[in-house]
Design a protein around this ligand. Sequence first.
Ligand SMILES: *Cc1c(COP(=O)(O)O)cnc(C)c1O
Length: 372
Amino acid sequence: MRVTQAIIHLDNFEHNIYQVKNAVPAGTKLCLAIKANAYGHGAAEIARRAVEAGVSVFAVAAVSEGMLLRAAGFTNDILVLSVPGDDEIPALFEEHLTPLVFDTDFIAALESYGKAHSVYINVHLKIDSGMGRVGCYPEDAVKVAQFIRQCTYVRMTGVCTHFAVSDSTVPEHQAFTRHQISEFTGAVENIRESGINPGIVHAASSAALFLYPEARFDMVRPGICAYGYAPDSSVADSLPELKPVMELITHVVAIRSIPKDKSISYGRTWTASEDGDMAILPIGYGDGLPRILSNNLNVTINGTDYPVIGRICMDQCMVYLGKNHGVTVGDKVQVWGPGACNTAETLAAKSGTICYELLCNVNRRVPRIYIG
Ligand SMILES: *Cc1c(COP(=O)(O)O)cnc(C)c1O
């Protein structure tokens, strides 16, 4: 097996799910965001432990991700968050997936497929209360709900929205989130008053489920917190203790001496100022280690931190060991995660991105090893 691996600590994942469970009222349904291969952690294995821990619904982005969970044997409700293509409509029906809908043309296309094949589909109505992405505007919610109601083969089993800045402590953003909650609540009330049962009402992802109790409704949709990270470092202190689930590791595959004045890697961005040793690591940006961290990253070997020197290549990078280091070929190298000097969050901050992106960028060729 390849020596660059993502160790997935399922015990930490379970701990994080329990933190969510403990935060919300008993009876609140848990919908785990498992899109992008469970944020890089491996959808089927994460789904298995999630169900054991009390998750009853999954949220994917692509129809193909929902199909993968069905192929793995999961019979749970699966929400499809992103808008599918028309040619994916048959798969939505066949795999019993639940798309989030708002566009009446798309709903009509579902209805006509259902009618043609005498098959039914559940949908959730998506309301754009301020995210500015998908959904109908709150003032159109009743109209769309009525449109679904006159369908025979399309059944509305839920209503939802998504927040734009619920992970921010900026007062203006907090006011915006409260405004979104009130817009959404108003739209749900209007649906009820029009005589339509909204079904499962849901809104809160990781940030809002902890920070806005009034946004928990019938179901919460945690993603990043289940994988052990705060949605934004500014709110980390307001969240219960979360444990990172992914540990990205590799192993030293060669050690070479570098004489003073030798340059390292593409671009010759690092030159030895004295004689020393370097370790070769079989990990690069092709595995998901951001190239922008070249000359700006330490990794942990046997409990000691060593700097990555020179450009990070697609498949390899080099680490400066100096003299008298005691590192040998085969030693484990921790890049991020439990036990390493870095977390996906600290490296994301250094890379100008968010930990979500680092986690889901861990490439397929990195085997996932499940422990815990
Ligand atoms: C990704 C996503 C979530 C989960 O968000 P986190 O910030 O990872 O908790 C919830 N709802 C929707 C619609 C999403 O796209």
